[in-house]
Design a protein around this ligand. Structure first.
Ligand code: NAP
Length: 503
């Protein structure tokens, strides 16, 4: 392929070969924009499900819902499938939809800029190569930049350090003295697994997490056969589960002010769960959150709390002062001797993500600076004024509902409506208007006023839902039904079509 007469090398460059990037690529194919490349920094596809390989990894949204609606998998082994099955599902999607050959692995995008003269994107990848494309789609994930806190002395630690996103399966934990720092959803899955192997385990907790019982089970082969033979049966199961999640999100989180008792009931359930599972009253108190349910993504487990009953497992709530060659010293001067340090310290969303690399739009506007100096914003969670022909799939206010697939599929619908309109007009360039973007931002800001984020007590949650300005700018505060409806009905004149930035 060579550029002809200033035409770009590709119809589109998609950045990210996870489920978001693959969904967008499937939609590009359906829209006839078949000449695209998917750039992926990792060595293989699957995004989160390629990177995360720690023991205990499983999906936390039931698998009938956590999958593309147009590509059900009747063979999930459990209600909540283990991580390896998600990775296999991602591979199946790449093969079935002929995406693999269009992926380039080990390819890190360093920057992208809009070339106003040529009306296309120039994408710079590490190693010095540049690609050009009519459209740029970023699907770089929300939780894709691992975070390691700058603990003083961490570089002097003499043992093994493992971040959960870089699991070393060759490091045998048998008989080790292990510390896990962090008590988010990853830690909740990992702690029971590490406790089962290690000689001693200390879990360093700064903020406790709400944990409710996990209703999980193996899916019997007879049910898998039923799902395979009569797909509508699995569709019905998906509908029931998705509706439950929707109710939880809409009523418990987004309409907190109107439905406070329901939110309180969820917290009561989590407290009761803790009471039945942990014998020691002091440990129970330490594991109890003092912020409202939903301020931070809650999680499910039947094994996390009980792990703290084991004699070789200890919960440490003193803050970490420094790390020494042989262990961790807390603020009270106590040193915990360890030989393996596991960092379940999550991801940096707001400083190094949004966007994941430098993106320069029309008139030299830098997306990262624009978001930080103004407010984080994106029309319908997908497009930004001054960024023509750019779809930012992991944007502020884009995450809709609890399963990421509801977001992906709403965005695929948005793409469908937008690109069909472009074709109808015989144009190749689009840009969202400033007016449509501001109206959307005003609307989500107002709606968030009813949510637990502003109506509830989130002061001590330290939740990644909030950005550096204290705004809960990650989740789209509407039902997923409304997000999908808007994706197929948004006013077409919210976009300007035709050469961008020209009078
Ligand atoms: P996380 O929720 O951000 O948790 C990070 C943990 O590290 C928190 O407990 C945090 O404490 C702690 N931490 C960070 N800096 C620290 C410091 N300087 N000192 C002490 N502790 C520190 O990350 P995660 O557990 O990886 O989960 C992220 C998200 O991934 C989840 O919310 C979920 O959406 C997703 N996830 C999904 C699954 C699944 O589908 N099965 C599994 C795992 C994760 P603070 O709270 O005090 O900051």
């Amino acid at each position: 392929m060579t550029p002809r007469d200033g035409a770009p090398l590709y119809d589109a460059v998609v950045v990210g070969a996870g489920f978001g990037g693959m969904g967008a690529a499937i939609q590009l194919d359906r829209l006839g924009l078949r000449d695209f490349v998917i750039l992926e920094r990792e060595a293989d596809l699957g995004g989160t499900w390629h990177v995360n390989r720690y023991p205990g990894l499983a999906v936390d949204i039931a698998s009938v819902t956590y999958s593309y609606s147009f590509e059900p998998n009747p063979h999930w082994s459990r209600l909540f499938a283990p991580g390896a099955e998600l990775k296999k599902y991602a591979e199946h999607i790449a093969d079935k939809y002929a995406l693999r050959d269009r992926m380039r692995f080990g390819t890190t995008v360093e920057s992208a800029h809009w070339d106003a003269g040529q009306q296309h994107w120039v994408v710079a990848i590490s190693g010095g190569e540049s690609l050009t494309a009519r459209y740029l789609l970023t699907a770089t994930g929300f939780l894709s930049q691992p975070y390691t806190p700058p603990f003083p002395g961490i570089e002097s630690f003499a043992g093994k350090i493992i971040h959960t996103t870089d699991w070393d399966a060759d490091h045998d934990l048998t008989d080790r003295r292990v510390a896990i720092i962090g008590t988010g959803a990853t830690s909740v899955q990992l702690v029971p697994e590490v406790a089962a192997r290690a000689r001693a385990l200390t879990v360093f907790q700064r903020t406790p997490i709400w944990v409710v019982p996990k209703v999980d089970m193996a899916i019997p082969p007879a049910v898998q056969r039923l799902f395979a033979r009569i797909p509508v049966s699995q569709k019905a199961a998906r509908l029931v589960n998705t509706s439950l999640l929707e109710a939880l999100m809409v009523v418990g989180v987004l309409h907190y002010r109107q439905a406070r008792p329901l939110n309180k009931a969820a917290a009561l359930l989590a407290r009761a769960h803790l009471r039945t599972q942990v014998r020691d009253e002091r440990v129970r108190e330490q594991l109890t959150p003092h912020y409202d349910f939903g301020c931070k993504r809650p999680t499910f487990s039947n094994r996390y709390f009980t792990t703290f009953n084991k004699p070789h497992v200890r919960l440490e709530t003193e803050s970490i002062e420094r790390i020494e060659p042989g262990g961790i010293v807390t603020a009270d001067g106590t040193e915990t001797q360890i030989d393996t340090l596991i960092l379940a310290t999550g991801f940096n969303l707001w400083d190094v993500n949004f966007p994941a690399f430098e993106i320069i739009g029309r008139d030299g506007v830098d997306l990262g600076k624009f978001w930080r100096e103004n407010r984080f914003q994106a029309y319908e969670g997908i497009t930004v004024p001054k960024f023509p022909n750019f779809l930012s799939l992991n944007s502020p206010y884009s995450y809709s509902g609890l399963s990421y697939f509801t977001t992906i599929e709403a965005q695929m619908k948005h793409m469908g409506r937008l690109f069909r309109e472009l074709r109808r007009r015989g144009e190749t360039t689009f840009e969202v208007s400033e007016r449509a973007n501001s109206e959307f931002l005003d609307r989500v800001t107002e709606k968030l006023g009813s949510s637990v984020f502003y109506g509830g007590d989130c002061a001590t949650a330290r939740s990644y839902y909030f950005n550096q300005h204290g705004e809960a700018a990650l989740l789209r505060p509407t039902s997923t039904v409304s997000a999908h409806r808007e994706a197929v009905r948004f006013p077409l004149d919210d976009y300007v079509y035709g050469p961008a930035g020209r009078p």
